[in-house]
Ligand binder design. Structure first.
Ligand code: NDP
Ligand code: 2IT
Length: 453
């Protein structure tokens, strides 16, 4: 690290002591930027990095709601409006008990760079709440979403900030949030993405993140003259991203063998087929059950519960070719990364945001496996959100084939950008450096053009 990046990181650590995930995300990017900063000292004199690490605005608010027993409940709501240099704030909402300001700042920071890579005019933001949707009835979720929007509506808008889904926020929640926004504002506009296809949602948005991850993986394999055909794949998570990663792996001839939730994972050496995946979709999206139930139905599978005090996650200790972490941040620790290598994994493509700890990323880089970092590999979701915004603004509608084709082109372009930028800056094949540098340059140049704001 250069002196400049060193002292910047000291300041960031000092100022954000209670936000380890945010510090981790900033450090990962800052470490890629030495060479860029030494070639372009104007980024240093204009204090671009110092500005990029401060959110443009943070909104934090009370979310009171009434549960089915008539009791008042209070949660905390947030929106982090991180950077609007290249477009309105754009990024998901996360509803999970682990949500706090630091987690949302890390996600918003990552989103800024990811959105820049999509080539679409999207700034970066993130929001959410410590509300836990697990075990809540539809009516409780609705009342929570309506109360959340009662405050959020003051701060968002189709030209200002356009939220979408993330962990715990899917089609059901976007529906309730949109309904309340429309009721308060008396406006039918594309203020949220991930809407239902019958009321302004884009085709392929529900699938886009997962499909995009696998399109990115296929591009990485192509550089080694390989395809996904016959490849055994480990997938973590069993939500929106994991389900559509599994689906696209099947489309491309691969063999998914694991899925998980926060209680444990299933290993199905016979392969998770389309029929089994339909079962998982119904289990998770309609019945909101636990992944363990898979083994009641499919005897070829083994269930292993997670032990949060264990030093490693056993899902990453299975022999396979490729790994797709699609649950949450820091789900691959250093030991897990070593286990993946020991088990012969030669491709890790990240569906979740920042799922690998820094020491794990270092191991992937040292072993020279194909490593697709989240801000590049999972950008397909927000990219199709951008396409949803275009369709809403133009009052037009694209068929699935057209959206999927655009998604494939975007993922291919992001892959090319990562490869070319990594090479240009002296770190060939380092997708993480390529993504960080390319994203940074786009934002930094826009910030220079716009002066000190
Ligand atoms: P979902 O809520 O649909 O699914 C989340 C999955 O991850 C569930 O299986 C959940 O298990 C598991 N999970 C969540 N938190 C934890 C945790 N702390 N420990 C272990 N398992 C956990 O969310 P998504 O599929 O949308 O999101 C998954 C990841 O992908 C997140 O990192 C998200 O930021 C990222 N992402 C999502 C995009 C999108 O468009 N939805 C776009 C780009 C990235 P359980 O049910 O037990 O909680
Ligand atoms: O992390 C992400 O990119 C998302 N949760 C999707 C954001 C979006 O606006 O579609």
């Amino acid at each position: 690290m250069s002196n400049f990046v060193d002292s910047l990181m000291e300041q960031v650590k000092e100022k954000n002591q209670a936000e380890p995930e945010f510090v981790q995300a900033v450090e990962e990017v800052a470490n890629s930027l030495d060479i860029v900063l030494s070639k372009n000292p104007r980024y240093i004199s204009a204090k671009i990095l110092e500005r990029i690490v401060e959110p443009e605005r943070v909104i934090m608010f009370r979310v009171p709601w009434i549960d089915d027993k008539g009791e008042v409940q209070v949660n905390r709501g947030f929106r982090v409006q991180m950077n609007s240099a290249i477009g309105p704030y754009k990024g998901g909402l996360r509803f999970h008990p682990s949500v706090n300001l630091g987690v949302l700042k890390f996600l918003a920071f990552e989103q800024v760079f990811k959105n820049a890579l999509t080539t679409l005019p999207l700034g970066g933001g993130k929001g959410g709440s410590d509300f836990n949707p697990k075990g809540k009835t539809d009516n409780e979720v609705m009342r929570f979403c309506h109360s959340f929007m009662n405050e959020l509506q003051h701060h968002i808008g189709q030209f200002t900030d356009i939220p979408a889904g993330d962990i715990g926020v899917g089609g059901r929640e976007i529906g309730y949030l949109f309904g309340q926004y429309k009721k308060i504002k008396n406006e039918f506009v594309g203020v949220l993405t991930g809407k239902g296809a019958g009321w302004g949602g884009s085709q392929v948005r529900p699938q886009a993140t997962g499909y995009g991850v696998v399109y990115f993986a296929a591009e990485m394999l192509k550089t080694k003259n390989k395809t996904l055909g016959g490849k055994k794949c480990l997938i973590s998570g069993s939500g929106n991203v994991a389900q559509h990663v599994a689906e696209k792996i099947l489309d491309l001839g691969g063999k998914p063998i694991t899925l998980s939730d926060s209680s444990g994972f299933i290993l199905d050496e016979a392969g998770i087929t389309r029929e089994k995946l339909l079962f998982v979709k119904d289990l998770k999206n309609n019945r909101r059950g636990r992944i363990k139930e898979y083994t009641d139905k499919y005897k070829s599978a083994i269930y292993t519960p997670v032990d949060n005090s264990a030093t490693n996650n056993p899902i990453w200790d299975n022999k396979a070719d490729c790994a797709y972490p699609c649950a949450t941040q820091n789900e691959i620790n250093e030991k897990d990364a070593n286990n993946l290598i020991k088990n012969g994994i030669y491709l890790v493509c990240e569906g979740a945001n920042m799922p690998t700890v820094a020491a794990g990323v270092d191991i992937f880089k040292a072993e020279k496996i194909l490593y697709g970092p989240s801000k590049a590999a999972n950008a397909g979701g927000v990219a199709v959100s951008g396409l949803e915004m275009s369709q809403n603004s133009g009052r037009i509608y694209w068929e699935s084939e057209e959206v999927d084709k655009k998604l494939q082109e975007i993922m291919k372009n992001i892959h090319t950008t990562c490869i070319e930028t990594a090479k240009k800056y002296g770190t060939p094949d380092d997708y993480a450096n390529g993504a960080n540098i390319a994203g940074f340059l786009k934002i930094a140049d826009a910030m220079l053009d716009q002066g000190v704001v």
